[in-house]
Design a protein around this ligand. Structure first.
Ligand code: ADP
Ligand code: MG
Length: 467
């Protein structure tokens, strides 16, 4: 590519003509925002290189004006077929070629090849939605009913409903916040495809913000976010305490909500519990709808498992599902993980689904979730139940009203903890491990013949597990 003086002069002439043409077509304001900072740097036989000051400007121009620019250049030099947009002084990696053949839409690597221009833009600032996270795949029960209902209401609304904007969903880890946000996105994309929906994590929001600051490109940053119809930011607790991002976040969301756009946020805690968040932001957040997702219940876990096995096209005996729902109580993510592990192992080994096999497969996980039960907890609960003193648990007294509960406590320690017979013996006032072994056998026999003892033990075990 030669750039002698004659060509340089002609580049200027050509570029001035393109600029004039752009102003005539789009007006001064748009020109000043997007085209004025550009420069035509090189021309070869069929490609024009244009430099842009920042990444945002490049993306914006690439998505909004590729055909307009190419057309205007072709009016000057008909042979030009493509535009090569480059961020000034950041060659190679940021390079992007716009060709006439694909109608000027050169999609970002993450965008689908057929995505319309706007949606390609959104893929620049947003993140993809997980195709599995739909309303159909979301099991609703008491603990998440409100959050699920308002999410559906927001997803179905044509314009934001007063009182549901912003929508703030909060709850512990692995309880379905991200799932609900994605479900809203899928639903709007399917039913109102003209709407521009952007989902992103607060980390990505901060990253973009910092990059825009570094590129001195805050104007384009704002313009991008404010051109969105539905903005969802996940896990905004990470924005707390980050003054600059928090400020920009606040302005962005005020601008959106005030101009009738829907904002949806999630966090692991309620707005009032958000330390390090400015008061005015907190109160604005609380001004819309705040819905929490509570810890799962047994019924919900059971329902989720049933729905997952159906999706996986797997038939699993009810008692295995019951077992999993009862044992894996921390959150839905762990529950899913456990189910996947059981299914994978069973398929791999060719064994059948059974509680016993499940126990073997998940032994580490189950042990971890039971680790929290201690011998002291058990002694205390049993003593309380039989109105004894904790000291009675450690004594050697043989009176039946004391000895029997003590044996039950020993039995429960064997069932509910991973401690060995000798260790349990030590913790019951320094008894021999055979005493414990004897107690466990005795209680097993008693349970078989005395329904009252069996039911006592069941109640106690449940109470101990609850803590
Ligand atoms: P969070 O964002 O609250 O940490 P996620 O939305 O990532 O949690 O959920 C963790 C996993 O549990 C995901 O795979 C999700 O599909 C699943 N999940 C959570 N809640 C439900 C539910 N009510 N019904 C079906 N799946 C759920
Ligand atoms: Mg999440």
């Amino acid at each position: 590519m030669q750039t002698p003086a004659r060509q340089t002069a002609s580049i200027d002439t050509i570029w001035n003509a393109v600029r004039d043409g752009f102003i005539a077509e789009f007006g001064e304001a748009t020109f000043n925002n997007w085209i004025a900072p550009l420069a035509l740097t090189e021309l070869d036989s069929h490609q024009a290189c244009i430099s842009t000051p920042t990444r945002f400007t490049k993306e914006w121009v690439r998505i909004h004006y590729p055909e307009a620019l190419l057309g205007l250049i072709q009016q000057q030099i008909p042979a030009i077929q493509r535009i090569d947009l480059r961020v000034a002084q950041k060659p190679a990696t940021t390079e992007n070629v716009v060709s006439a053949e694909d109608a000027g839409i050169n999609t970002a690597p993450t965008a689908a090849p057929t995505a319309p221009a706007e949606h390609a833009l959104l893929s620049v600032i947003g993140q993809r939605l997980d195709p599995r996270f739909t309303f159909d795949h979301f099991v609703s029960a008491e603990s998440n009913q409100l959050a699920c209902a308002v999410a559906q209401k927001v997803a179905n609304a044509e314009t934001p409903i007063a009182g549901l904007n912003p929508l703030f969903i909060y709850g512990g880890v692995g309880l379905g916040k991200t799932h609900l946000l994605h479900a809203i996105g899928h639903h709007i994309n399917a039913t109102q495809p003209h709407k521009r929906v952007v989902y992103l994590s607060s980390e990505k929001f901060m990253y973009q913000f910092v990059q825009a600051l570094r590129d001195k490109d805050i104007m384009a940053f704002k313009e991008m976010f404010r051109s969105v119809d539905v903005l969802m930011i996940d896990d905004i607790q990470f924005i707390c305490g980050k003054a600059g991002t928090q400020e920009e976040f606040f302005h962005t969301f005020n601008a959106l909500v005030d101009s009738g756009k829907q904002l949806i946020l999630s966090a692991d805690r309620s707005p009032t519990d958000m330390e390090g968040m400015e008061e005015r932001i907190r109160s604005r957040l609380g001004g819309g709808m705040v819905a929490d997702i509570a810890d799962t219940t047994l019924a919900l876990r059971r329902g989720i498992l049933a729905s997952k096995v159906k999706q996986m096209n797997v038939t699993m005996p009810a008692e295995v599902l019951d077992f999993l729902a009862e044992k894996i109580t921390s959150n839905v993510r762990e529950l899913e993980g456990a189910l996947n592990k059981v299914v994978a192992h069973t398929e791999f080994t060719g064994r059948s689904f059974s509680v016993e096999n499940t126990q073997t497969i998940l032994c580490d996980l189950l042990r971890a979730s039971e680790k929290t039960i201690s011998i002291d907890d058990i002694k205390q609960q049993v003593a309380e139940h039989y109105q004894l003193k904790i000291a009675d648990m450690n004594s050697a007294r043989r009176a039946r009203h004391i000895a029997r509960p003590r044996q039950i406590a020993m039995y429960l320690c064997k069932q509910l903890t991973t401690h060995s017979f000798p260790e349990i013996g030590r913790r019951f006032g320094g008894k021999d491990h055979t005493t414990i072994l004897h107690a466990v056998r005795r209680v097993e026999e008693l349970q078989a013949v005395e329904p009252e003892i069996a039911s006592d033990i069941k109640t106690l075990a449940a109470a101990i597990k609850r803590g």
